[in-house]
Design a protein around this ligand. Structure first.
Ligand code: ZN
Length: 579
């Protein structure tokens, strides 16, 4: 399996190994780099301000995390440009189009960041500037490759002047306008070139040299070299504008098999359809089919006796028949009841979450959807939404309840935590007891929940303010229990505070447990949030600018659930990309 993944930091073992491989490729492919240049790569990701740019690293991974190619870009938000620091394949990786796939990802990323151009250096294809015929051939091949995308050297400047007299092979400055067709004005080009030379190459370029290059930019707008290798833009090479800005939408295609028809059971299939119909009226989403993942991901979060029980008992149940737990043998953990149906209470926290023939299959598929969303985030997508039922946030390590069986959010968080720290923000009306219990002693996963106070709201036994985590996890669980009746202002103020707490934690990834049962008229809640409040909630969360995976939890007033979801996502998108 080959996949492109964005690496955010070096806080996990997996990422440290990847960074080492990236450094090995640099040593191998760029012999002129100093060991200092190579050693500082992790620091570029961890301390962007120190280096004036925000750095973004993409790796193309093969089996067992072998890095076959990588690209490092830097983004300067004020001048609105990106600079491609390195793009390279590992020597032993025969180029199977890896460079092209990575370069296209880099361009999409640059477009989604609002950059007006992607700059980089490329060695010259002019025999006057490059004396070695073998190197000249390589240089030509590279410039031909970039020319397919319309990227060409900027001409009529002194950029390619050797820093030291007589140096062979001085690089061109190449500009890819990302297909946007915006002319680059001379004054802006000067500011960008100053930023590149002063912040990236100060150790090589004297202030006099930099001034000389800046003064040489006379064309206004600047001009690119005429095409030399490729005819004008082949339409398939045009970037798909804003593709990375679409929200990946993964819908549980098996949710309807889990249908409990008893009167008053509010967790019904129509919930998903109501949301999906409303989202279709926007153009913000890109549907993604759920992949199937191994059960090992569930086992990392849930106890294997619980998983085994859940799977087995569902298989024994007759179609259409539900079993509600009614005996809770909590006092003798060593002797679970032998009768499978009676044993339900051994793993359940309440009397209203039934087991049925398809509960396992539907819950497993919800997990697949959440993990597919997590994969999209790892590939560099900023927003993904797993529209699933059954929900999951009440499921603890070895118990189900509150219509939940597997904690999809916790399983996705566990999966992402191999690549960077994670924050889970639960905005369902009911406390997210599942992920609180699962990560209570972990410091790499922050759990935050805003909910009705447990003194009057389900699950009644957790969600209190003084539950703050334990051991290593002390301080990484935050509960915001709120009164039975609140105003929108009170709610939004609390959400703002939770967002600040997440910003302080500084996670690489955010997971949102989206409950829409905070809405006015929800049969399971007491609050009165309106569509505009969901829009504002989305904005507040989007402004955190974190790669965000949203997972559907509760919300049972089907007449408004879709409208509220649409407002939440419009707000989330606006917060992420337009603020
Ligand atoms: Zn709920």
């Amino acid at each position: 399996m080959i996949r492109i993944r964005r690496v955010s930091d070096n806080t996990t073992r997996v990422n440290r190994e990847v960074l080492q491989q990236v450094q090995d490729i640099l040593r191998e492919q760029f012999p002129s780099l100093t060991s200092l240049d190579i050693e500082k790569i992790p620091d570029l990701l961890m301390n962007p301000m120190k280096h004036h740019f925000r750095f973004i690293l993409y790796v193309l991974e093969g089996f067992r995390g072998t890095v076959k190619a990588f690209a490092l870009i830097s983004h300067e938000p004020h001048l609105k440009f990106c600079y491609l620091d390195y793009i390279s394949t590992a020597r032993q990786a025969a180029d199977g189009g890896f460079g092209g796939a990575l370069y296209e990802t880099v361009r999409e990323q640059a477009i989604s960041l609002g950059a007006t151009g992607l700059f980089f250096e490329c060695l010259p294809d002019d025999p006057e500037l490059c004396k070695d015929p073998a190197i000249l051939r390589q240089n030509k091949a590279r410039l031909r490759f970039y020319e397919q995308y319309g990227a060409r050297p900027i001409i009529n400047t002194a950029y390619e002047t050797s820093v030291a007299l007589g140096d062979d092979n001085p690089p061109y400055l190449v500009l890819d306008d990302l297909g946007l067709g915006k002319p680059l004005r001379a004054h802006k080009a000067r500011s960008i070139v100053r930023a590149i030379l002063e912040w990236k190459y100060a150790h090589l370029c004297s202030p006099e040299y930099i001034e000389k290059v800046l003064n040489s930019f006379r064309d206004d707008p600047v001009r690119l070299r005429a095409r030399r290798y490729v005819k004008p833009m082949n339409p398939i090479m045009l970037p798909e504008d804003g593709k990375l800005r679409k929200i990946s939408l993964i819908v549980n295609d098996k949710h309807f098999i889990h249908h409990i028809k008893e009167r008053g059971y509010v967790e019904s299939p129509v919930r998903i359809e109501a949301i999906r119909k409303e989202l279709e009226t926007t153009n913000l989403f890109e549907p993604v089919f759920p992949k199937e993942f191994s059960e090992k991901h569930i086992r990392k979060v849930h106890a294997s006796d619980y998983i085994g029980y859940f799977k087995r008992v569902c298989k024994t149940l007759a179609p259409g028949k539900s079993v509600y737990p009614y005996v809770f043998p909590i006092r003798n953990a060593a002797r679970p009841p032998r009768e499978l149906a009676v044993r339900a209470g051994y793993y359940c926290i309440d009397t209203f979450t039934p087991l049925n023939e398809n509960a396992f299959l539907a819950a497993k598929r919800a997990v697949d959807c959440a993990l597919t969303g997590a994969d999209k985030i790892l590939e560099g997508r900023r927003l993904a939404y797993a529209l699933v039922r059954p929900p999951g946030h009440h499921a603890e390590r070895r118990s189900f309840g509150g219509f939940c069986y597997f904690n999809s959010a916790a399983i996705a968080a566990q999966y992402l935590s191999s690549y960077g720290s994670v924050a889970i923000l639960d905005i369902d009306y009911h406390h997210g007891n599942g992920q609180q219990e699962i990560f209570y002693e972990r410091k790499d996963v922050l759990t935050v929940s805003i909910h009705g106070h447990p003194k009057f709201a389900y699950p009644y036994f957790s969600g209190f303010e003084d539950e703050k985590g334990f051991g290593q996890g002390k301080g990484s669980n935050i509960n915001h229990p709120l009164p039975e009746c609140i105003t929108s202002e009170q709610y939004l103020k609390t959400l703002e505070k939770a967002a600040q707490q997440i910003a302080v934690f500084g996670p690489a990834y955010l997971i949102v447990c989206l409950g829409l049962d905070t809405a006015k008229g929800d049969p399971t809640g007491t609050w009165g949030l309106l569509a505009k409040d969901f829009d504002q909630s989305g904005k507040t969360i989007g402004k955190l600018k974190l790669p965000t995976l949203v997972i559907q939890e509760g919300g049972y007033r089907t007449r408004v659930i879709g409208i509220n979801a649409r407002h939440f996502f419009t707000g989330l998108w606006t917060g992420q990309f337009r603020s």
